[in-house]
Design a protein around this ligand. Structure first.
Ligand SMILES: [Zn+2]
Length: 149
């Protein structure tokens, strides 16, 4: 029997159960059909941010950014490149802090861009400032092998 992983659909909020051996074959949401883990960066809103952060069985790396932030815009392609290389062992997502200031205040984001890695319903690491793809990967990799405690 293969184990299953819970992943929240960032489009409709549905919690999906995906057999682990199907993660690499582009799983889709059972309700709305959106891609759950295809190596692309997902877009979060306040609801999907909280639900995915609390529910997902896979690590979730969130890029807190804003449209007026030059370094954020320069990091976007780096973040996307790291997402393609590391997925689907981890999901990459971004949250617009201008649209959702209450979330960035609660998470304690003081400067952007900021990356926060969640796993098992809690924050496990954080990295601030503009980073190239290789640094993002190096930041994430040590956390991919460790089981949720
Ligand atoms: Zn969905």
């Amino acid at each position: 029997m293969t184990s299953q992983v819970k992943l929240v659909c960032t489009e409709c909020g549905q919690a999906n159960r995906i057999p682990e051996n199907r993660l690499r074959s582009g799983p889709r949401c059972g309700v709305c059909g959106a891609a759950l883990a295809d190596g692309r960066v997902l877009t979060l809103d306040a609801l999907s941010h909280d639900k995915a952060m609390r529910t997902d069985d896979l690590p979730l790396l969130v890029d807190y950014w804003a449209p007026w932030c030059g370094p954020c815009l320069r990091m976007a392609p780096e973040f996307e490149s790291a997402a393609r290389r590391l997925g689907p062992a981890i999901r990459f997502a971004r949250l617009n802090t201008e649209d959702h200031p209450q979330i960035s205040a609660r998470v304690g984001i003081r400067g952007i861009p900021a990356l926060v890695l969640y796993h098992g319903g809690r924050e496990i690491a954080r990295l601030s400032g503009l980073r190239p793809a290789a640094e993002i990967e190096n930041f994430v990799r040590p956390h991919l092998a460790s089981p949720v405690s």
